[in-house]
Design a protein around this ligand. Sequence first.
Ligand SMILES: O=C(O)CCC(=O)C(=O)O
Ligand SMILES: [Fe+2]
Length: 351
Amino acid sequence: MRTFELPDSVVGTTVDRILGRQLVRTWEDDGIFQVAATAAQARITAEALAASRRFFAKSLPEKAEFVSDLTYSGYIASGEEVTAGEADYSEIFTVCPDIPLTDIRVTGGWPCHGPVPWPDEGYRTAMTAHLKEVGAIGEKVLQLVALGLGAEIDRLTRLTREGWHHMRVLRFPARSATTERGIGAHTDYGLLVIAAQDDVGGLYIRPPVAGEHRNRNWLPAESTAGMYQDAEPWHFVEPEAGVFTVFPGDILQFLTGGRLLSTPHKVRLADRERYTLAYFHEPSFGATVRPLAGGDEAIHYGTHFTNMFTRCYPDRVTTRRIEREGRLAVLDRIRDPRWQGDRTEWVLSAC
Ligand SMILES: O=C(O)CCC(=O)C(=O)O
Ligand SMILES: [Fe+2]
């Protein structure tokens, strides 16, 4: 596994361009690379993992309190998530953007928008600090990758202003006599996945394979969930202290016309419980993304996000409320070309 050191800032020098090309080439060859954490980042990540252990040690009824019908932020019990029709055994706390009840998007009924049901202040502080660090890494990687693809330095970070960045804080139980399944094969939905794992191990990724067909997860008929689950090659991601693993999500595959593939991955349960932090660096909810090479095809990111979460959590209160209140209609409105970025009056009158 290749590990890169990121510069303090990316400005478009020749050195930045060379590094950007190396990142792109490594993804094309391996589907993944590592970024070295600074000592401060490693400490902040360790604190987030410690806060996660404290939270998951609570009883199930206590944890189950931290759920919201406005947002997918909050607790997901082992067995609640579904990948390709099968239950995953991970236990998760999801942190989506923390949007106050008074925000116009919440009062306007936008799907997936609402406050994070934080378990406590210590947890919020630890997770927010980690989010800030991986967020800064995400912006740098996107600038370098844009340069590496021969595009303008801000071609990808233009999409992430007010990015819909989110994180899954995960605990995997030890394997049991009945199952080894952690999470089934899937791809993640946005631009980048930046993950930190403890020393237990269990993550496998699928590298690019010459000539292999890959689905386009953003198309309803082409889910990547469950794809190649039992077909080699899968590469074990050896846990390594002081690094973050970084790979592309669906939006990078779309943007690059498949030059960069959204890396399929899955988790197998180990002989011990395992803790990880999977962070997703994303376009803004309202962004309409078009391929770098141009063309009419487009993905509305907020629609893709909502489709993926309703698919993974068909029975969650959040999904039920979206269905009951017809909240998908809001997505139809904000996809309308008359709605541009900040046209809040139009959104208000439309809701
Ligand atoms: O636990 C891991 O290493 C990865 C988790 C994952 O794939 C996810 O949360 O989407
Ligand atoms: Fe994932």
